[in-house]
Design a protein around this ligand. Sequence first.
Ligand code: ACM
Length: 638
Amino acid sequence: MKKVMIAALFMLMFFHVISQGNKGAVSLIPIPVSMQTGNGNFKLAKTALIELSTNDADAKRVAGFLSEKLSAATGYKIPVKMVNTASHTAGNISLAIVPGAAPGKEGYRLLVTPQSVSLSADKPAGLFYGMQTLLQLLPKEIESKTAVSNIAWTIPSVTITDHPRFGWRALMFDVSRHFFTKQDIKTHIDNMVRYKYNLVHLHLTDDQGWRIEIKSLPNLTKVGAWRPERKGAWGNTKAPTPDEPKTYGGFYTQDDIKEIVQYAKDRFVTVLPEIDVPGHSMAAVASYPELSCTPGTYFVNAGEEFQVWEKNGNRALIDNTLCPANENVYAFLDKVFTEVAQLFPFEYIHMGGDEAAKNFWEKSDAVKALMQKEGLKNLEEVQSYFVKRVEKIIQSKGKKLIGWDEILEGGLPPDATVMSWRGSGHGGIEAAKQGHHVVMSPWDYTYVDLMQGDIYSEPPEFGTLLLDQSYKFEPVPEGVDPKYILGGEACLWAEHSTNMRAAQYLLWPRSMAVAESVWSPKEKKNWPDFVARVEKQFERLDVAKIKYSRSMYDPIFTASVDEKGQLKVELKTQLSDLVIHYSFDETNPDEFYPAYKEPLIIPKDALHLKVITYRNGKQTGKQINMPVEELIKRTKKG
Ligand code: ACM
């Protein structure tokens, strides 16, 4: 009895210490469900082993990943050693499958003491996510691909039990507007799993390129994958000419797709393929013009304007839709989905369904005849007819249909799942109320391709989404039964992303914000704490050579004219502890320049308002030289 008492007392002391200890040293994204920090550190020595107590092939692969990563950065050789039972051998890292170690197939439990590290999970996926946490606990140099010397490879004492809030934690990658290589997709997967994403949604087709080999329809990649290259402003370039070489683009062969799917699977990532129809189909129509309701010669769009956005939706200047009244279209889609279904093991196929312009359908005799024959009252019902037929095709391949929320218009097919992209997730709310499953990706929280700072200081995009707004993403809308919400998704559209560095600049840190919203408990989210953790992640991304944006440090400018007719500018930052210093005299401001306290009246004759942010005497943001002309222009808008 006395022994038990002493042990209990010891435990109490230990946990007291745990709750006090290493707090500041731990900076995880996404924040775990439960975490207690302790005193002291585990020190990874040259002689350390990874002890694995299971023969499970997936768990072995995780142990192998950990061994590779630790060995590369430390320069030590840290091998995997098979052991019979879960061990806590001093100096080693143990990986074990332990039934009930943590909830669900992705949960894990991580215990770090000065003596040992033990990671356990019910399933290998849990070990994989526990490994991501473990890596974030190590010094940032662990992100180096080559050996770094003179580092104390310590891991703070910690006890973590963790599991995700949602099973669908996705990052969408638009590989159509600009082609990204197979290696780029693998890199994208490597980067997303750091933050415990588990699904990559590949937007494989659009007006600017068809990216997947369909063997029974060779023109899709012979013609549809290629266009002339254009620089300059998207939506304002020259249309391709018939004799112009079309050499910009590319596609994935079916072998490439198999390799990508396997690469993803090895990392517990599911691949969702999207074939976007009936709109966004210029590349398909350029390949097979007979699929259009409007006879003509078509080219894969090279970035030139071909549709306009009006109050009631979009109007195409060139018909970029498949013809819903043409039986050959359904035969075409049957071929496409047959091959897609064979390549991707995931139960879902995404059919797009967004932004289909209907102005050419309106003029089509074939569509009019279809409406009469099927008793379709309007063009929304024509779209719904199309979507329902696509659902049948997809189901005939043993798969489920998911589509953007326009598939609600005119009536949702019976078993469809909705990916809700429009503002604030209205489509998702409606679909859930109808009893359909929903993935939430509202553009005003999760479109990580939008500008992340003032429009003047960012590369051009279609709108703005600041990090603090992204962090407010809540996948379960008010009044919706959570059982219908599969999870959430950050979307990286790529009209303006010509390369991986540009894509990464948009992805990070906003995709960290979305990751935390889909993994962590809602009540654990905390904006100032998140920002502090993001800053730690920046240091890691620097070592990993992954590009990210520091725009969260930059102010946003709002211009107005005051009651005296003077031009006034208000500056706002997302982070409350930054000081903005400014100048109007063309010199470059620093921390000794005036600090912004209240809206500024622009002095007469000033050419620029130059601003820069500091925190505790250290520069944080970039210098922005805002032309006064631009501010005047803003007061005249709208
Ligand atoms: C979309 O952004 N059109 C899905």
